[in-house]
Write a protein that binds this ligand. Structure first.
Ligand code: FES
Ligand code: FES
Length: 208
């Protein structure tokens, strides 16, 4: 009888059923906390000088919500957060133009622009040039027509710079176009053929 008395006074044994119920309950609590976390964060005023990390970008005509660090460059966001790897990173310091994208129709080195500063701007990368049915942009077609690149690492940057330049001068001379895209470098040094391809692209644009 004494043994039985001791057993009744002890806490009930923790069963597998209790464990499962506990896990489900904990999951529900943490899920609810996660769901309402956004509302809590939004309700809090930003500290002076702070940058909101969750930003909306307009990239290739789509609204893209992305979590960015305040020191993050647009090239990094495009390549590593949004998977748009057509934008190349060469020097990562405003020297080669491999990372060129259009921002509000103007070519920019995306390696040297902080992502949070381009909220509300129209960003176009090489992936955004072709039509929805897959038809290449006339300048991209110029590359195909003339086979103007060797390794083509620099190609997206040249194409974006050319597309941007042609918006300001649709009928450039060879010299004018060479000057217009002189901020782009080719490590294969295939400049003459590249220029021929870009001139063909300009011609394609005029006839399209
Ligand atoms: S990678 Fe941006 S200019 Fe070279
Ligand atoms: S074709 Fe190779 S870097 Fe330009």
């Amino acid at each position: 009888m004494a043994d039985l008395k001791i057993s009744e006074d002890q806490p009930r044994a923790f069963t597998r059923r209790d464990l499962i119920k506990g896990v489900i309950a904990a999951g529900a609590v943490s899920s609810a906390a996660y769901l309402f976390r956004g509302a809590t964060v939004r309700a809090q005023p930003s500290a002076a000088g702070s940058v909101e990390r969750l930003v909306t970008l307009n990239v290739n005509g789509q609204q893209r919500r992305v979590d960015v660090m305040k020191q993050e460059t647009l090239a990094m966001t495009l390549r590593y957060k949004l998977g748009l790897t057509g934008t190349k990173l060469g020097c990562d310091r405003s020297e080669c133009g491999a990372c060129t994208v259009l921002i509000d129709d103007v070519p920019h080195y995306s390696c040297s622009i902080l992502t949070h500063t381009v909220r509300g701007r129209q960003i176009v990368s090489i992936e955004g040039l072709a039509a929805a049915d897959g038809t290449l942009h006339p300048v991209q077609q110029g590359v195909i027509d003339e086979q103007g690149f060797q390794c083509a690492f620099c190609m997206p940057g040249f194409v974006m710079a050319t597309v941007g330049f042609l918006k300001t001068n649709p009928s450039p001379t060879r010299e004018q176009l060479a000057h217009g895209i002189s901020g782009n470098l080719c490590r294969c040094q295939d400049y003459d053929k590249i220029l021929t391809a870009m001139m063909r692209g300009a011609e394609n644009m005029r006839s399209s």
